[in-house]
Design a protein around this ligand. Sequence first.
Ligand code: GLN
Length: 296
Amino acid sequence: MLLKEIKNIFHKELDAIYSKEEVASFFYLLIEHYLGLQRFVLAIQPDLIISKEEEQPLFEALSQLRLERPIQYIIGTAHFMEMDFGVTENVLIPRPETEELVQWVIEEYHTDGRNHGDVKKKQDEEVRILDIGTGSGCIAIALAKNLPHIKVTALDVSSEALMVAKQNAIDNDVNVTFVQADMLQLEDLGDKFDCIVSNPPYVRMLEKKEMQRNVTEHEPDLALFVSDENPLVFYKAICRFAKKNLKKSGSLYLEINQYLAKETEQLLKDHNFSEIELRKDMFGNNRMLRGVFSGR
Ligand code: GLN
């Protein structure tokens, strides 16, 4: 079949569910992934013919896109911080908002002198960062890649997620220590950390109806949802853990629920964090908090 005919079928079948631009970008991602073709191929070879065998994965992907399965799960990769991460349905697909959180941590720990507080003095010492609820490992691995002088530890409750994360660390050629642990029952890890970063589950059930089907039907509930009654349960556990395992003047970076910014900020204050800063994400939502631990 002609490649351009396949493209037309994609539009015919999918334009009712997605925008035309989205359908085109899915199509180009798929021909790149499965056939190694670049997106300008149709401009150069408008009558390119694709064999039956080559067609097959494209049509399989089409039927999954019809079910609103995210393209990242279909091709098994997501892009984050200019790196590729393997993803399965056991891990959340890395989000662009989370890149902004990672950038913020890099700003502090980059050794170009823009560091705040005591961090600058610590350049010769080992700096330790812990990522709680690592999922695909995207935060931990992007930090390890961009801050090679730092020792990164990452934990998750899900052994399936940890398998994905470990493979991603290997594929991206970084060293991260992975630990399987439930953040609600964190023991003293023995190590004192200079920085804790986390993107825990924070979507309340009452917010579920605002979400798109591709998220609610395909991404892991375990990584997304919290009860309406106790939506800060993971933040409380992280603060309790920080009390024992975060160094004085160490920092905490959190991705947060945009509707609970005030409450989350108060929680940090109640746990002896100061210099609290709230940042909005690229979509204009209150999405990240940073606090500096004043000690017990
Ligand atoms: N930002 C994600 C979403 O809206 C949620 C991530 C999370 O719960 N940590 O889909």
